[in-house]
Design a protein. Structure first.
Length: 165
């Protein structure tokens, strides 16, 4: 199932191009060396940095958004989490318009299996003979967005940089 890119309630049209999405950690951690020489990671917070770009014959249509306000970003690229158990906690909120799903690895084949969800907690329906499970979801974030850069050289190329708040 392909989910459209939505920002601030506005759906970016398919003619703006297929969105290329990357997820990265926005910081919040520092590696420090202790007196005995061991290195440890100190985490203060965890947020995502989402970069989305595309090229099409139409712009994104997002010019009416207030770029100083927070917006809801519904991502068009799923995240995935592997587990050997049947319970996981998602690392971000799933989009309300796209169901969370899962696959079970049975032998060399991935087979779909149902899930139930409450908030970020997901329970996978066990599959006999499964050695591993993979849960996928399309995330939704509250973000601050750098206004899109657009280049027009025949096609319109654009990029959004979104920082989770």
């Amino acid at each position: 199932m392909a989910a459209p890119l939505m920002l601030g309630g506005i759906t970016v049209p398919p003619h703006a191009g297929t969105p290329d999405v990357s997820y990265a950690e926005a910081g919040g951690a520092t590696d420090v060396t202790l007196a005995g020489g061991a290195t440890v990671r100190m985490r203060h917070w965890r947020k995502e940095l989402i970069t989305i770009s595309g090229t099409g014959w139409m712009s994104t249509g997002l010019d009416a958004l207030d770029w100083d306000a927070q917006h809801t970003l519904r991502c068009p690229k799923p995240k995935r989490m592997a587990t050997t158990g049947t319970s996981v906690t998602l690392t971000s909120d799933p989009r309300p318009d796209v169901p969370v799903g899962a696959h079970a690895l049975v032998g060399k084949n991935w087979v779909p299996t149902p899930v139930t969800r409450s908030g970020r907690a997901v329970t996978i329906t066990p599959v006999p003979g499964a050695s591993q499970y993979s849960v996928y979801w399309y995330p939704q974030f509250t973000v601050l967005v750098t206004p899109p850069t657009e280049e027009n050289a025949g096609d319109v190329s654009w990029q959004l940089i979104c920082r989770e708040v």
